[in-house]
Design a protein around this ligand. Structure first.
Ligand SMILES: NC(=O)C1=CN([C@@H]2O[C@H](COP(=O)(O)OP(=O)(O)OC[C@H]3O[C@@H](n4cnc5c(N)ncnc54)[C@H](OP(=O)(O)O)[C@@H]3O)[C@@H](O)[C@H]2O)C=CC1
Ligand SMILES: O=C(O)C1=N[C@H](C(=O)O)C[C@H](O)C1
Length: 238
């Protein structure tokens, strides 16, 4: 497959390594300096683009790919407020987008178990719930995209909670989502239920970026030939 990497940082470089090992071709790897080159690529040259850049760059990159009929896999977090605009463009131009707050198979299993546990725990009001995420100090967005997906999965089953706040809270109508930035931590997510008597946790620790990269590559192999907006549930059928 001919892959265009949009973003050539920690994720772009990990994806390149795994893609070359699987026999794929990298037709370009764009950084900030070369961002303007994106518009010149067409679907004749690229089978799929993989976008891991920064929250403020994702919207423009996605719209350019849709305009140029290049299927695009997006891992960048912190841009979901623009989703309605992207959905509209995608429908208008028959575009192809795959996005996930986290491409690791383990985290997507975690999402599944998180919802199962939330559904059960909602029946036991003596337990409080909170989400915690820990990432490296370079991360630009908070809470992490993964923590927001986890929060959505909890809020769906806790009708008494009206939303989340990015701090510790004891307000029963709010879900606390705590963000910590520490050294080079790849990505840790914890859901914690605590009563006066005990605490139990769902805990996911990414040991490296390979899990994210191999998931993004799986999505890129699956995507060409499809039209619409897809995510990990479509790919993994969990
Ligand atoms: N969904 C998932 O599974 C995962 C998502 N992420 C998310 O992916 C994103 C990137 O992470 P990571 O690789 O660690 O970040 P890095 O900072 O290591 O790399 C970002 C790269 O994007 C480039 N870039 C920034 N803006 C543009 C632009 N407009 N056009 C082209 N390239 C651009 C940067 O260029 P330059 O080198 O010139 O600065 C850099 O090469 C983050 O939002 C992160 O949260 C991360 C891991 C997993
Ligand atoms: O910025 C990162 O590094 C990561 N970002 C994603 C997120 O915001 O959830 C996924 C992963 O945790 C690593």
């Amino acid at each position: 497959m001919r892959i265009l990497l949009i973003g050539y940082g920690k994720m772009g470089q990990t994806i390149e390594r795994l893609a070359l090992a699987k026999g794929h071709e990298i037709v370009g790897a764009l950084t900030v300096e070369e961002a303007g080159r994106l518009a010149s690529f067409t679907s004749d040259q690229v089978d799929v683009a993989i976008e891991f850049t920064s929250p403020h760059a994702a919207l423009g990159n996605i719209l350019t790919c849709i305009k140029n009929k290049i299927p695009v896999v997006v891992g960048t977090t912190g841009w979901l407020q623009h989703l309605p605009q992207i959905e509209e463009k995608c429908q208008e131009l028959q575009g192809t987008l795959f996005y996930a707050s986290n491409f690791s198979v383990g985290v997507n299993l975690f999402f599944h178990f998180n919802e199962y546990v939330a559904q059960k725990m909602q029946q036991y009001p003596e337990y409080g719930v909170q989400v915690k995420e820990i990432h490296h100090v370079h991360k630009l967005d908070k809470p992490s995209g993964t923590a927001l997906s986890i929060a959505d999965g909890i809020l769906k089953h806790f009708p008494q909670k009206q939303g989340w706040v990015n701090e510790v809270t004891v307000a029963p109508e709010l879900l606390g989502v705590i963000s910590e930035r520490e050294g080079e931590v790849v990505g840790t997510h914890i859901v914690q239920y605590t009563s006066e008597n005990d605490t139990f946790e769902l805990h996911h620790i990414a040991h490296s970026r390979e899990g994210f990269a191999s998931g993004a590559l799986l999505a890129a192999e699956w995507l060409p030939g499809r039209t619409g907006i897809f995510g990990m549930n479509d790919l993994l059928q969990l």
